[in-house]
Design a protein around this ligand. Structure first.
Ligand code: SF4
Ligand code: SF4
Length: 376
């Protein structure tokens, strides 16, 4: 297998094919601290793409409660079992990726879940970990009793395990934007991709007998628009854009700024080796050991930086641009009290105040000669 460079592991690794990065790589930022698990994204995706026959339990986008929620059941527990104990040393991954640990004659170390595992998308929802005595005040981080929401889609990985495993070469990564797609004509339903994907984001359709997966709403991306899961997000936790290749940083690019400059957004289980392109701002109140296992060694810096957002007008302004426009923001800047987003030609798309205006109402309304409460 050829050697390729994986910047998230900070080392070269083995992969099925030569390194071939796309001209542009699609990427997302999800701020887990703002997600309310309303599942609007899940339904927006489902009603757009998976309302057909054989797709009843297919959720290209799902939102699960961590640590006890999963879709499919136990997917990350099984992944950690496959990956073995945490093996980061000084920011470098010293363990083996799913490609490097593949058994002889196989391309990826994976496993298949049965239909039962795909039948309980809400398992563990809102179930907390830890304990808190009655009357306890929540006055420190992390909390003693905690859970958080994890929104998940296909990561449109730089080194997709699904693509590496397919014996028919039915899965391809588009050179123009890095979106990973299944060629439905070539697929024969062998499910090698479903076994290989560490995130379990390729899904087998029992009716059509081919594999289907998140397509990153590519007809929208082609028009400079963000995907349905992003534009429908009630919590405004999501932003889609393009990440610069390793070694390159454009501080005006919102994705680069959060991933590479501030290092506040991290990949999910980077130890898989696929170089996933959905980047998460970790939940600040969850147990750090758990988060390190999930997002790697950058968690402490990410959480500490995020907690100082209020002191950083640049970052604060960028967060205000989340959910502010359907168009993809390629560049941003904060000028005075306004955050401004631009398209790829430098045209202004949107401008929003960095601090939302607030009005403090007097308790006694002199005009109407009455007391007002915050519910009136
Ligand atoms: S998340 Fe899974 S399905 Fe998506 S590109 Fe990566 S390996 Fe393939
Ligand atoms: S729409 Fe946004 S806030 Fe609601 S569950 Fe999805 S990611 Fe979370």
């Amino acid at each position: 297998m050829p050697d390729v460079f994986n910047w998230q592991l900070d080392r070269p690794m083995k992969y099925q094919y030569e390194e071939a990065r796309p001209q542009k790589q699609i990427a997302w930022i999800f701020d887990t601290n703002k997600c309310i698990a309303c599942q609007t994204c899940t339904i927006a995706c489902k009603s757009t793409w998976t309302s057909g026959s054989g797709q009843e339990y297919m959720l290209w986008n799902n939102v699960e409660t961590k640590p006890f929620g999963f879709f499919p059941t136990g997917w990350d527990v099984k992944l950690l079992e496959i990956m073995g104990p945490d093996a980061w040393k000084d920011g470098k991954f010293a363990g083996q990726t799913v490609f490097e640990s593949a058994p002889a004659a196989e391309r990826v170390k994976g496993h298949l879940f049965d239909a039962d595992h795909w039948s309980h998308p809400n398992l563990g929802e809102d179930e907390p970990a830890g304990e808190a005595a009655r009357g306890t005040h929540i006055d420190k981080l992390p909390h003693d009793m905690w859970f958080s929401y994890l929104a998940r889609i296909c990561n449109h990985c730089t080194y997709p395990a699904c693509l590496a495993a397919c014996p028919r070469q039915a899965i391809y990564k588009r050179p123009e934007d890095g979106i990973v797609l299944v060629d439905q004509e070539r697929c024969r339903g062998y499910q090698e991709c479903a076994s290989a994907c560490p995130y379990k984001k390729t899904m087998y359709n029992e009716d059509t007998r081919v594999t289907e997966k998140c397509i990153a709403c590519y007809p929208k991306i082609e028009q400079g628009l963000q995907p349905q899961c992003v534009t429908s997000c009630i919590g405004r936790i999501r932003l889609a854009g393009f990440i610069s290749p390793p070694g390159k940083i454009d501080p005006k690019n919102p994705i680069d700024y959060l991933v590479k400059v501030k290092k506040v957004a991290l990949p999910l289980y980077p130890q898989s080796g696929t170089e996933p392109n959905v980047y998460y701002i970790p939940p600040v109140h969850s147990k750090r050991e758990y988060l390190r296992q999930m997002f790697g060694p950058g968690v402490d810096v990410a959480v500490d930086t995020y907690l100082k957002t209020k002191e950083d007008p640049q970052m604060l302004g960028l967060f205000m641009l989340f959910g502010s426009t359907e168009r993809i923001i390629r560049q941003f800047e904060v000028k005075g009290s306004m955050a401004i987003g631009y398209d790829e030609t430098g045209k202004e798309l949107v401008s929003v105040p960095v601090t939302e205006p607030s009005v403090v109402r007097e308790y006694f309304d002199r005009v109407n000669q009455t007391y007002v409460h915050n519910i009136t």
